[in-house]
Design a protein around this ligand. Structure first.
Ligand SMILES: C[S@@+](CC[C@H](N)C(=O)[O-])C[C@H]1O[C@@H](n2cnc3c(N)ncnc32)[C@H](O)[C@@H]1O
Length: 260
């Protein structure tokens, strides 16, 4: 018996991994996290599977379902949105499973921040502009650790992907503006990869008003950074003709430096 902690991707059922689909369609117990898990994924469950939505359950109730499955020697597909490793509340479940000696395995999924980048048609890291993506959230009912306040993270001016923060968009923009500038591009992607996906583009100065006009209040990824609009970035070294690496020898000599 095993618990499979499965990332079901951002919404489009075609973004489920083959492994996720295989496990959801074979496990006798399927416990999924509610509205953002694609219906089509849950519909793959065996006709005789016990299929439960965990969105109204406490951690104890989730563990009770898993313990009952363990007692009946039944595998559990524990299905989460996106990838289980970010903002999934999976660690507290795994800790309980460890204490109970119940084996588990994690099946990665497509995270909503990568689905948002895909919807925007952008790369989040660009040479010399930003080589770092910070995955974070605004401080709401969950307090942020002291060294991770948005104003502190902003000092890096890295690309930011903010989860769980759409209702705090104005506060987010206000915290970031001193470092990024009010003209810094922002994209809000609502339900990335879903048929009712919406994209709102703006700047830190106006994104709050633009999003309010569209009426988006949930299930959104906020991406902040100059990578969203810049086309004025250097090419990477990877495809440079004078650059050798393990899979390709340089076709031309690198320009000589003054010291040579
Ligand atoms: C509980 S977290 C789960 C994140 C998930 N583990 C992941 O990797 O995407 C839920 C938050 O993820 C973001 N999110 C999840 N699915 C999304 C989607 N399809 N489009 C945009 N944002 C999404 C939103 O910020 C939402 O508030």
């Amino acid at each position: 018996m095993k618990v499979y902690i499965i990332g079901a991707g951002p919404g489009d059922p075609k973004l489920l991994t083959l492994r996720a689909a295989e496990l959801i369609s074979s496990c006798p117990v399927v416990l999924y996290t509610g509205s953002l898990v694609p219906r089509e994924a849950i519909a793959m469950a065996r006709a005789d599977a016990k299929v439960l939505d965990s969105s109204g359950m406490t951690l104890d109730e989730i563990i009770d379902v898993i313990v009952a499955a363990r007692d009946a020697n039944q595998d559990v597909a524990r299905v989460h949105t996106g990838d289980p490793s970010v903002f999934g509340s999976t660690a507290e479940q795994m800790r309980r499973l460890d204490h109970l000696g119940i084996p588990f395995e994690i099946i990665p999924g497509v995270s909503s921040f990568t689905a948002a980048a895909a919807a925007l048609g952008r790369e989040l890291t660009l040479p010399e502009l930003s080589q770092t993506v910070i995955l974070t959230r605004a401080e709401g009912r969950t307090p942020m650790p002291d060294r991770e306040k948005l104003g502190d993270l902003a000092r890096h001016r890295a690309t930011l992907a903010l989860f769980l923060s759409i209702t705090l968009l104005r506060e987010v923009a206000d915290s970031l503006m001193p470092e990024y500038g009010s003209d810094c591009p922002v994209a809000v992607v609502h339900k990335a990869s879903c048929p009712d996906q919406k994209i709102v583009l703006g700047t830190l100065g106006d994104i709050h008003t633009r999003v309010r006009e569209v009426g988006i209040k949930s299930q959104s990824m906020i991406i902040v950074g100059r990578v969203l609009t810049s086309n004025d970035f250097a090419n990477s070294r990877l495809y440079a003709p004078d650059f050798s690496h393990r899979f390709r020898r340089a076709k031309v000599k690198a320009p000589s430096t003054e010291r040579e």
